[in-house]
Every structure is written in C-alpha cells, then in structure tokens.
Design a protein around this ligand. Sequence first.
Ligand code: AMP
Ligand code: MG
Length: 425
Amino acid sequence: MAPSTPTPSGSLSVRDAQACILGKVRPAGTEDVPLEQALGRVLATDVRANRDLPPYDVSAMDGYAVRSADIAAAPATLKIVDDIKAGDMPRVALQPGQCARIMTGAPVPAGADTVVRVEDTRPGLDADGCAEFLIPVPAATDIRRRAENMRQGDVVLPPGAEIVPGAIGVLATVKQAKVTVYRKPRIAILSSGNELEALHEPFNPERIPDANTYTLMAQVQALGIEPDRLGIARDNLAELTGFLERGLEYDVLLISGGTSVGVHDHVRPALAALGVTLHFWRVDMRPGHPVAFGTTDRAFVFCLPGNPVSSMVCFEQFVLPALRALTGHHRLFRRVLPARLTHAVKSRPGRVEFVRVALTRNADGVVEATSAGPQSSGDVLTMARADGLLIVPAASKGLAAGETALVQILEAGAYQDDAGLGDAA
Ligand code: AMP
Ligand code: MG
C-alpha cells in the first residue's frame, strides 16, 4: 500500500475550499452526440452558419408585394400578376401598376420594394384579378432581408455555449446532426455506516435508512449525469477499502458518512492508504463541517458528512461547481438573489450558515425568505420543502427580521405559483 498522506489540518473557508477544487478541475474531454441528445451539454467547438438565412428577401406577412410608389397616393388598385407561397419562387418581375399576392416566408419578387399586409387591403376585388390598397406603405416594410438572421460562415454559437432549447434550434438550422460537446464524467456514489439500511433491505426499526445514496444520485441526475450506485460500505477498513478501490476507477467518487473524527470513521485513512491525496478536510460551514476533498491522478474524491442535509448542502457548495466545470460550463454556481427575512435568524459566528428557506413574493413584489422548518442537519424533511439556502455570513451573530440576505436558489425556487405577468399580458 502507498504511504498514507497526512490529512491537512485546519479548516478552510467555503470560498478557499471551492478555489482549491476548481483549481484542479478541467473539462473531461469531448465527444460527439446526436443533436437529439445534446440538450444541457456544453459545446466544445464553435458552430458556423452553413447558408444565408433567409436565403433571399422574404415577406414577413401574408399580403401583397408592391412597388411603394404605386400606392403612395392610396387608395390605389393594382393588378395581381403572381401568387407566391412559401417555398415558391416568383415567376415574374413586377411592372408599374402590378402586385403579387405573397405569403409569410415567400420570396419578394423583383420590382417590388415593400409588402402590404392583407389587413391594409380591401378584400373582394380578388376575383377581378385586382387588389385595392387602402393606405400608402413606405418602401422596405414587412420584408425580412437576405442573411438578416445568419450569414454563411458567421459563428452562430461560440465554444462553451450551453445547449439550451434555443441553441438546439440554431444547431438544427445549420444542420448539425452531430454536436461536439464536453464529455460527462463517470460518477460513483457510496454510502458508509454500520447503521444504514438499504432501500430494498427488509425494514428494521433499529436501523437508519440510507437517504444519501438517493439524494446524491438525484443531485447528480439534476445536472444531466446518470451516476452508478456502489451501495453501502460498513465501518470496517477491509470492506470499505474494497468499495473505495472500485470507486476510484471512476472520474468522480462521492462518499457520504465516516469522514468525521469518530473512531469508526475510516474513510479518510482508507483513501490515504489507497494513494488519494487529501487537499482539505473540514470547512467553516454549518451544516457540513467535516467535508474532505482529494484526488488521484485520474479521480476526484468528495467525502461528504453523513447527515443527509450536510451531505446535500456540501454537494451544492463543492460537488455541483466541480461537475459544472468538468462538463465545460462557464457558469459554475447556483444563482444567488437577495431576499428579505420574515423573522430573525440566530447564528454562532465562525462558520457560514446555510439556512433552508421557502421563498415567496409579497404584495410589493419583494422576495421574502422564511425558514422551511427545523434546521437540524439530520432533518431531510426541511430540505424537501426548501426553495433555497439563505446565507448567514461567517462573521454574523444572526440576522434580524426585515434584514436582506442572499439566498442560493435551489431547483424548486426557480419556479413560482402564478405566471407573474400581471397586467403586462
Ligand atoms: P457520519 O458522518 O458517518 O458520522 O454520520 C452522521 C450521521 O448521518 C449519523 O447519524 C448517520 O446515521 C447519518 N447518516 C450517515 N450516512 C447516512 C445515509 N447514507 N443516509 C442517511 N443518514 C446517514
Ligand atoms: Mg458513520
């Protein structure tokens, strides 16, 4: 066995711990994926337009292509000499006194310099092969110009762009059936503890159900990655070592439990014996203090505290930004927004505190934060109700009702009850 690496002593701030992790994480290579599977991935190359769009000047409306001079003294009647649908090419060039019926997206014929909407013409004259124009319309109205949306050869998406549904539209437009994106890391999840009962094990009232395997799995899945579950390692060095050896074959290993100072907390020494370099252990935060991070030459290892909320909060602060960086994202962190507290929050100075809160908007449009319930680090029920994590600064002795604080928005907090359009729509 490799000589054990001493565990770093002294705890870090959350910021320094994040900097330590992100200083070591780089995107994990690239791969080509079909467009249909590219949503949520990050482009590893730029993407260029392969044609002009629109390919020619087209009508933006259903109406008539005309020479604007012919209707300058509207009302005016013009002879209809063509009927151009989207997908057709015009058959004739317009002469003075002529117009062409034209549909949205159809090419504007030569000779025409503007388009008049159907609404600005009088219906009924069509039968005579004429249309009456009720108002003058200046040149260049309701025409979308050739290459106004994209010009052949232009970069339409830069490398590093996140593939959101709009980007899928761009990629389909430039006919990218395959897209080069950053690879997803392979992730393993391991729970540890003698007291744990697996989801499919028989019910035993004396045991603690393994929640962390599933919360961590869900947190990883929410980032678009399907992790492997390794199971539960008991608190003995030999069994744990076997599990860890398997876990270290992955790009990222997430272990929960057994990272504290108890005599049965074997995770850190077992990792050190397997050649993992531990870069930090313990961060000045609550919940989540005994979190550790290590690397081998190929794997990143996160040791998360066993309490379900601690494990989840540590994932949010450390694992999430690391996985975002590994998958090529530039925005690594959850959105943070100010919210006004509806009640006082107590805090002991020395560690930043993450308080599970529900968010609402009051009648004045101000976002308000209210505790989601008991804040014990074992209370996963509160985590199920939380919209965000309110940040009580490390130096703070607590916050008063009415004070504004920053909240990390969790997935649920990104949605709201009503459309929020008011009278706007
Ligand atoms: P530890 O970090 O191993 O000292 O565990 C701290 C607390 O978290 C203990 O009360 C454990 O029972 C609990 N715990 C550890 N692992 C899990 C898990 N996978 N699911 C739910 N609770 C856990
Ligand atoms: Mg334990």
